[in-house]
Write a protein of this length. Sequence first.
Length: 230
Amino acid sequence: MTHRRLKMGRGKVVTGASFWNREAEMRLFIERLDEGAHQLLVAQRRMGKTSLMAEVANRLKDRYVCLFADLQKCCSEPDAVVELSLQVHSHASLWEKVKRVFGNVMDKVESVYRQNMLGVRGHLELVHYEERLEQVLDRETCAFSLDMLTEAAVTGRLSGEALIAFRKEYTVEGRDANDVQKDILWVLEHDGYLKKGRDGYVFVSKLLRDWWKNRHEHFYAPVRERGERR
Ligand SMILES: Nc1ncnc2c1ncn2[C@@H]1O[C@H](COP(=O)(O)OP(=O)(O)O)[C@@H](O)[C@H]1O
Ligand SMILES: [Mg+2]
């Protein structure tokens, strides 16, 4: 007899084809947004607030820069500033605007970020990412996946060429390297480490990327340079 275990669908935000109805609410939400209003969406948990915002963001992505900053876990003002700045950082024009708004508080962001988020506190929150891979992948495949993640963290992306180079480097007995790599990428995508970017896979979270880089970059040689050095 086979047993199937029900998995909790924790925190799964729905958009696109999985998003159902809410047309009237979205119309109103977008209308207010276009008027420049600040909006507060209040409802009990699991009523669909985050999904509604994500769906609106999707539909408006050509008109607005839609960013998602979750301040729930922030314990202090610097935490909140760090979280906001993480989201805004990659949008140069917005970043300039935010720096003006926060004034000299923003000068401290970089050091707060380095000390808090990449330091001991961030470490406690992030180390489970690494442990999770050790749980779901066997030893050999886990080493393969850690190496690919470090490549993405250190060089900024996991390119098609890098993927080919990794397939040459890792031979898993009795299995096709292509299949092994596909399985790993599936885990890395579905567990929220990497997403497909324009030129390969990139980290979903800048925080996780910086933490990963800090932790693993020493002595790391990008995969495509390894052959040349041997
Ligand atoms: N418009 C929708 N269509 C289909 N399912 C939805 C919709 N909105 C929410 N859900 C379901 O409800 C769950 C909770 O939604 P979520 O947006 O996380 O709620 P909240 O942010 O209010 O806690 C989602 O995982 C999804 O399964
Ligand atoms: Mg929510």
